[in-house]
Design a protein around this ligand. Structure first.
Ligand SMILES: N[C@@H](CCC[C@H](N)C(=O)O)C(=O)O
Length: 370
């Protein structure tokens, strides 16, 4: 699959001089600063002509690019409807990155699972941990979210993804300020709320602890759930707690008889797949390796089902706090450090819901022939 168009993002004004007006390479990525992201309509006003007419990079409002008089820019990038192209926005939540697709006109994903695998490829595609579709709501909800992992499998939920979805919807609908949406997902009703500072707090619903529902074949040892049970992987006996946030998670604070887990020292690429494909997890599993700094401060690394090592996992951070409470390792309110940055997680005592707060940012806007 050839990538046809590149990015539209916010450039700090100091960066503008580094970009020649007529020879911009595709995939020149610039991270917009959260505070300065202008609305999409403004992003499209300055366009830079490229040698390859199929490539189009749109510069940000803060950049003084010379716009060719003859090519009138579309009013909004996301209003573009050329057939044969998929217009997308790439977002990330703490480095867990996604291709967001406006699928509001249909409940049928505009991209097949095979195409999603190609789009997510970091060498031959756009590069992402998954493709997310913003779809019409069902069961009385405002929207439906579906997601394909980078391996083409379809998970029930994605925590970082739903924060990105909320920001994407706000852009699509031209909404600003505090916004709350009800979102139907494979994990049921999820409610993200955009805060005044742009971060998104998500009501992730109740964790599922019943072993057969996680699902895990490990024998329940506490109220039908699996808490600090032994799992043999790679010659070690790992203590694991199994939690579903709609999608399955296996959380470990270390192996029996071993020293306290130093998560930075783990060879994730080697050990991660052995958990993911372990026979005790019939639907495969996401796995979180956790280090406890204090009862309110944890550090984790994750091996995701269908995506491998990622820089962050929202559902994983929620599962970690639930597991930490069940194991007596931490309290209900924690900062969870992930390789891409921190998430604030609270497991509500009264309503049993898990709340996650974190950022979601635009990386770039683009189009691919599809
Ligand atoms: N990164 C996501 C989780 C995405 C789904 C996961 N790979 C699965 O297959 O369950 C998150 O932020 O929650």
């Amino acid at each position: 699959m050839a990538i046809a168009a590149a990015s539209t993002t916010t450039l700090p004004s100091s960066s503008a001089s580094r970009i020649p007006s007529a020879s911009v390479e595709p995939f020149s990525f610039f991270s917009p600063s959260p505070a300065s992201s202008p609305p999409l309509s403004r992003l499209l006003r300055a366009r830079i002509p490229l040698r390859n007419p199929r490539l189009a990079i749109s510069a940000a409002a803060s950049m003084t690019a010379r716009a060719p008089e003859r090519s009138a820019p579309p009013s909004s990038f996301l209003d573009r409807r050329e057939s044969g192209f998929l217009h997308f926005v790439k977002y990330h939540g703490l480095g867990n990155d996604f291709i967001l697709v406006d699928n509001r006109s249909s409940l049928e994903p505009r991209v097949t699972t095979e195409q999603a695998v190609k789009l997510c490829d970091r060498n031959f595609g756009i590069g992402a941990d998954g493709v997310i579709f913003a779809m019409p709501g069902i069961n009385g909800t405002d929207y439906t979210m579906r997601i394909f992992n980078s391996d083409g499998s379809e998970p029930e939920m994605c925590g970082n993804g739903v924060r990105c979805l909320a920001r994407f919807i706000a852009e699509l609908e031209n909404l600003s300020g505090r916004q709350r949406f009800t979102v139907h997902t494979g994990a049921g009703l999820i409610v993200p709320e955009i805060q005044d500072d742009g971060k998104v707090t998500v009501d992730m619903g109740e964790p599922i602890l019943k072993a057969s529902d996680v699902p895990t074949k490990l024998l329940p040892n506490k109220d039908h759930s699996v808490v600090k049970s032994e799992l043999k992987v790679d010659g070690l006996s790992w203590n694991v707690t199994c939690v579903s946030m709609g999608n399955p998670h296996c959380v470990t604070f270390g192996a029996k008889g071993e020293q306290i887990l130093q998560v930075d020292k783990l060879n994730l690429a080697e050990i991660g797949p052995k958990f993911e494909h372990h026979e005790m997890f019939p639907a495969r599993t996401n796995t979180e390796f956790v280090q406890v700094f204090s009862p309110s401060h944890l550090k984790m690394r994750v091996w995701e089902r269908g995506a491998g090592a990622t820089l962050a996992c929202g559902t994983g951070a929620c599962a970690v706090v639930v597991a930490a409470v069940l194991e007596g390792q931490a309290g209900r309110c924690c900062t969870v450090d992930l390789p891409g940055g921190p998430l604030e997680i609270e497991w509500g005592e009264k309503d049993n819901h898990v709340y996650m707060t974190g950022p979601a940012e635009v990386v770039f806007y683009g189009s691919v022939p599809i």
